[in-house]
Design a protein around this ligand. Structure first.
Ligand code: FES
Length: 576
């Protein structure tokens, strides 16, 4: 229904130029041309300058600031990137009246979603932000907005699950920490990363679902066949089968187990396969099981094509020890009878021991009946300490390929493993704990050399001090403040989450890892409860976030190209 409000007398509107009219929260620019009177929003959708200062020619309004052009009749943008809202106008007894009625949400929402997708296709971050805010303004829940981003990004992800989807997942979770209009900030960040990652990508060809009963005889046989197809790199067959499992009655638990079995058959992609599996199920929890095919199916190519680290020299010594031990994982799963763990000794084995010592610490603890969650807790603490020891100078040295991202995955992988074990405490998932122990041990070669002294705690009750130290690029100060923080937990988590969600990194890949590491640190710190050392994941994340980081790798790529042309191969790092 129309809502006509009186604006100004027609004679008060100059024949050339416009006039501003304000009604409640609306600021409307009025224009007069030989064809009549027109009304648009005063704020230009480009950068927000006043349209009333623009020029009108042939019923086209040109913004004075950067030349965007809008048809006065309907607000359509004839040059630039986005239409401006136009308002119906009528003249009653010489008085201009404007219909300020907002369209119903059911009408506006699809239009805004379409605009959002168009903006993602153009990597138009300003418009992504505006549409997100408009959607939030009409009461659209943030998971629904992220769902549209996922529907855009998932089918375009070239090799299946990738950082764009992980970032959307993490950003949606981080949004819960923000209040007011800025609550959408992490979601905008996630949508921006997703649009940058998928820009101009065509849809990934996807095999049609395959009926597992027709192909394998039964649902159970189809489920059993899935990990074997993945292992054999039959990517299309594996994805077709996976997509066909739900229609044959596979439950969420069965689908998850099939994926986790394939994920832990190897140590895949530097831990990413496990991390992405965790994110995929978290994402579905937020945006709805109806998106299962969109979200889960792209995991299959990611897992199938994932680099198998257990086939590389890095893991050889650890794996040889593991094989020689001939552990019965099924019996270890059922053992967990409360064996006592020497936490510091366990962490020392992972942090300072040889591969064999790290294996023995874990295998011995499991055989002694130590509960798996207790071991995940200690592995998490060890991973956090590993981040605390990382040699920051290494990251800034272009002559080597190692950097922060090689060590942050120890924490994010352990967090993903905690999730996997919580939903599927099986022998297959237990393999992932051995991978985590190796991971923490192996990344020890990235520690700073010489004795490492953690900064002394710096007492504060204000979590903003932590935030300031992070954005001020003061890693030691950030760690000292986290360790000396005496306020409630939540503001500290918000400080770390906010620092990750704002623009303190540039490259999309770095944004993906800042939000991923911050999110994992928050979850891990909560999981460790109030025990001593429970802050370790947060201080580790703060150190990572605060550190100056290499974000472009052109120089490094050039150096590698030189070595390539000289025919030099890369070797292993010492101590593998
Ligand atoms: S603000 Fe209008 S074109 Fe830039």
């Amino acid at each position: 229904m129309a809502e006509w409000v009186p604006a100004i007398p027609v004679h008060a509107l100059p024949e050339t130029g416009g006039k501003l009219f304000t009604y409640l929260d609306k600021r409307i620019a009025l224009f007069r041309t030989p064809r009549g009177v027109f009304a648009t929003d005063n704020r230009c959708p480009h950068q927000g300058y006043a349209l009333v200062q623009g020029d009108v020619k042939d019923d086209v309004l040109t913004c004075a600031w950067h030349n965007w052009k809008f048809r006065l009749q309907d607000g359509d943008c004839t040059f630039g990137g986005e239409a401006v809202r136009s308002y119906p106008v009528r003249i009653t007894s010489g008085l201009i009246e404007v219909d300020v009625q907002d369209a119903a949400q059911e009408i506006v929402r699809p239009v805004l979603f379409a605009s959002l997708l168009e903006a993602m296709g153009e990597v138009d971050v300003g418009r992504i932000a505006r549409d997100t805010m408009r959607l939030q303004g009409i009461g659209t829940p943030l998971p629904e907005i992220v769902r549209e981003g996922v529907r855009y990004a998932a089918p375009r992800a070239e090799y299946g699950w990738d950082h764009s989807l992980a970032t959307l997942t993490d950003c949606l979770r981080l949004a819960a920490m923000f209040e007011g209009p800025i609550r959408s900030l992490p979601v905008v960040q996630g949508l921006a990363v997703a649009s940058q990652d998928q820009v101009r990508r065509p849809l990934r060809p996807q095999p049609d679902p395959l009926d597992p009963i027709a192909a394998y005889g039964s649902l159970e046989d189809g489920l059993a066949a899935f990990p074997a197809l993945v292992d054999d790199e039959q990517v299309d067959e594996a994805e077709a089968l996976f997509r066909g499992l739900p229609a044959a009655g596979a439950t969420r638990e069965q689908l998850r187990h099939a994926l986790l079995e394939a994920v832990t058959d190897h140590f895949l992609s530097y831990g990413h396969a496990m991390i992405f599996c965790q994110k995929a199920f978290e994402l579905i929890d937020s945006i709805g099981w109806a998106e299962a095919d969109t979200v889960l199916a792209p995991l299959v190519p990611d897992i199938t094509w994932g680099t198998r680290y257990d086939r590389l020299p890095y893991m050889r010594r650890f794996l040889q020890t593991w094989e020689a031990a001939e552990l019965d994982l099924a019996s270890l799963v059922s053992k967990q009878d409360g064996g006592v763990l020497d936490g510091p000794a366990f962490r020392r084995a992972l942090l300072d021991g040889k591969p064999e010592e790290a294996f023995s610490a874990l295998g011995g603890a499991l055989e002694a009946g130590v509960p798996v969650f207790r071991l995940i807790d200690e592995t998490s603490r060890a991973a956090a300490e590993r981040l605390g020891r990382f040699d920051i100078d290494l990251d800034l040295d272009d002559t080597n390929e190692w950097g922060w991202l090689d060590v942050t995955h120890t924490l994010t992988y352990t967090d993903a493993l905690r999730w996997a074990w919580s939903v599927d405490p099986s022998p297959e998932v237990l393999r992932g704990l051995f991978h985590a122990a190796w991971f923490v041990q192996w990344t020890g070669q990235l520690d700073a050399r010489g004795s490492i002294t953690a900064p002394a705690p710096h007492r504060t009750e204000d979590a903003d001090d932590v935030f300031a130290a992070i954005v001020g690029r003061d890693p030691d100060g950030a760690v000292a403040l986290v360790e000396g923080y005496e306020g409630p937990r939540q503001p500290l988590e918000v400080a770390v989450g906010r620092a990750a969600a704002e623009d303190h990194s540039v490259a999309p890949i770095m944004v993906a890892h800042t939000v991923k590491t911050a999110q994992a640190a928050i979850v891990e710190s909560r999981a460790l409860g109030d025990e001593p050392g429970s802050r370790a994941p947060l201080s580790a994340a703060a150190r990572f976030l605060a550190s100056p980081k290499r974000e472009r790798f052109v120089y490094q790529a050039t150096l590698e190209a030189v070595a390539f042309l000289q025919g030099r191969s890369k070797g292993e790092l010492e101590g593998s």
